[in-house]
Design a protein around this ligand. Sequence first.
Ligand SMILES: [Zn+2]
Ligand SMILES: [Zn+2]
Ligand SMILES: [Zn+2]
Ligand SMILES: [Zn+2]
Length: 767
Amino acid sequence: MALPVAEWQGRTARLWAVLEPALRERLEAASLQDAVRLGCDLLRSKEEEEAALVQLCHRAPTDKRPEAASWYREQGNREFKRGRYQAALRLYSKVCLEDIARAESHGYPDRLLPKVLLRKAECLLCLGRLQDAQEILRVLESKIALDGVMTPHLTRLKKLSQLKVKLGEKEKCPEPAGEAHGGTQGEPEIWEENNRISGASSSLSLSFDAERGRHLVASQDIMPGQRLVKEEAFVSVLCPGESLPLQDGDTAWDTRATNADLYCHRCLRQLLASVPCQGCSYAKYCSQDCAARAWQQYHRTECSLGALLLTLGVFCHVALRTVLLAGFAEVSRLVAGSHRGDKNLQSPEASCKPLSEAADAGAGSRGVPGCDSSGRYQSSYQALFHLLPHTEQHSPEHKFLCTLSVVALCKQLQAAGLEAAVLSQELPQQWSKPKTCEKTSDELSPELKTVAEAMLRHVLQLQCNAQAITVMQELGPGDGAVVDKKPVRLATAFFPVLSLLNHSCCPNTSVSFSGTAATVRAAQPISSGQEVLHCYGPHWCRMRVAERQQLLSQYFFECRCPACLQELKSGVKSVVSIRNSFCCPKCQAPMQGEEDTLCCSNEACATSASRDHLSGRLQDLQQQIKKALDLLRVRKADQAIKMLLKCQMDAGTFLSPEHLLMGEMEDHLAQVYATLGKWEEAARHLKKSIEIVEMHHGPSSVETGQELFKLAQILFNGFAVSEALSTIQRAEGILSVHFGPQSAQIQELQEMKACLSELPRNIFQRT
Ligand SMILES: [Zn+2]
Ligand SMILES: [Zn+2]
Ligand SMILES: [Zn+2]
Ligand SMILES: [Zn+2]
C-alpha cells in the first residue's frame, strides 16, 4: 500500500534486470537530480511501460458513479434488517449524505434525504452512539421544519418522536458510551514550548552527534504522562484501507467500507454525513470548509489523478502532496541549495551531515541540519527537506522503482495540463499566465524535473521517516454497552519534529493522535540528560529480537537498545517466544526446540511433535475463533459462547497457558457475556484476559489500560460500585499517562465515576 502495486513493481524490476550494465551502473551511482534525468530518458523510450501503468490504473477507478449510492443504501437497509448494525452503518457511510444546503443547491433527490438520515440515526442509536444519533436527529428535525409540506413526512415524524423517546431513555440510564459532552475538564496541562524547537516541550533539547544523528534529550527531569511534543503533521495522506479490487464480476460494488469512506480526507475526522468531492469518488470531507481548503491546497491537482495515485501507492501520494503544500518557490530554493551542497562536499547527502559542526552542537542547534538561520528547528518544509533520504543505502532496484514512479507521475501532471497548478501553488497572481513553451509531451519541463527530484527525495525519506497515524476503531457487535477498540492505521504522514526521536524497542514515550496532530508523552520518568526515545513499531513485547532487527533494517540501522542488547548477548529467549509457545499435547509441559521437531521438556514424557503440525492447529483454532466472532456479530451469543469454550478446551491441549491467544479468547468471552448483560461472568473472563495482557505488555502499558477500561465499563454496568471505582482509578492512571487528561477515554471514566458517586441517592429515590 505504501509502495506501488505489485504489477508495477514487477515491471520495473524486469526492466532493471535487462538494462545495459553501463546504464545500470550510472543509475546506481546517480544523485537524485541525475536519477530523475536518466529516468525521464528511459521512460521516453519505453512507451509500453507507460501504457502498462495506464492499464493498471483502470483497476482503481475513481470517477463518479451515481448509481453506486443507491446500491449501497439498499445493501445497508438489508444489513440493518438482519440486525447487523455495524455493517449497515459502514454501508451507509459509503452513501455520501450531502449536507442540506448542498443537497438543495445541487438538486439532490431531496425527498430521499430524511429517510436516509432517519435510518442512520436509528442505526447509531442501536450502536449506542447517542451523541451522533442526537446530532442527526437535530439536523433531521430542522430539515422537516424547513419543508413547508408536512404530509410526506408524517410517518417520519412519528418515527422521529419514537427515536427521541428511545434516546431519552438511553441517556437516563447510566450507559458509558453515551453522553460525552465534555463538561468535565481535566487539569490544564503544564506546557511550556521550547523556544528552539517548535511544538516541543521546554524540557527537551536538540542534540547532534555522528552516531545518533539529530536526537532529543531531556534537559530536566521529566514525569510520566508529561507532554513532550505536540505537532501537526506537515502533510498527511489517508491510507485507502484494505479493500482490494473486486475479484469477480458478480457484485457491482465493494461492500467493505474502507478508511476512505469513514474519515475526512483532509483532517481525518470520522465522517457521519460526508461532503464528497464533485470531481472524483475517492475524496470525501467532513465539511464544506475542509473540502474547499483541500481543493485550494492540493486537491485541484490531485483530483483527476486519483487512479494513478492509488496505483503508485501512498508514498508517492505523500511526496506529491508535500511539494504541493510547500509551494514551488520553496521546493526549488531547497533543491537548488542541495545541489550546491553536493558540489561543495562531493556527496549528495553531505548537506545533511555537517559532521565538522557536530562537535560544538551541544552549544546550540545552529549547526544542526534543518534548522533555520536563527538556529530554530521548526515543523516546516525546510526541516522536512533535511530528513535523511539515505540515497546511497536503498537498493538500486528500489531507487529505480521510485524514480520511474515519480517521473511517470510528473509526466501525467504535465499531460493533464496541471503543471501551472503545481508551479503557481503559492503565486496565485500567476494563475492566468499561460504557459508559452510549446513542448512535446515527452519532455518534462525543467520546473517539473525539479518537482520530480524533490518528490524522489521525499519517497526515499518516507522509508525511514513515514509516521503512521493510527486511531482506535470500534470492533465487535457494537451494542454500546462495552466498547472494544483496536488501533488501525489511518494515514501516512511527515512530522519533522517527531522525526527527531530515535527508535528504541523499549521506548520511554508513548505517541497518540488526534486528527492530524501527534502527541508524545513520557511513558516513564526520564531523568535529565537521557535521550527521549520512541518505538517505530517493533516493540520488545510484541516481537522477538530477530523479527525486530529484520523490520528495523528498513531504517538502515541496527538497534542497540537495552532489550535488543540483552536478547542478543545472553541468547536469552525473548518474553514473546517463552510466553507464546506450544505445550505438550500429552502432559502440558512446555515444548522445546528451535528445529522442525519440538520435544516435550518433561523427560519422562518424551513426546515429540512437528512444528508444522502445531502451527496448523494454531491456524485452525484462529479460524474457529473468527467463526465464533461472526456468530456474535449476528447476535447468536449462545452459540458464540459454546464455540469459544470449545476453542478454549482445544487450546489448553497445545498452547502455553500464557499464550496471548488464551487471553484473547477470555476477552472475547467477556464481550459475549457483556452483550447478554451477564456482567459478573463478563468481569470474570476479562480479569483473566488482563492477567495475560499484563504479562505480555507490562502493568502500565496502553494495552493493559485498554483492558482495564473495558473492565470498568463492565463493572459499571453491573453496579459493582466499589470495584468499578477502583478499576476506574487504575485505568485513569494508566491511560492519562499515554493519552493525557483531556482524552475522550479519561472523560468517559470521569463521567462513570461521577455517576457512581451519585448512585446511592438514585437508588434511594427509586425505592
Ligand atoms: Zn475534515
Ligand atoms: Zn476530487
Ligand atoms: Zn531494540
Ligand atoms: Zn509431555
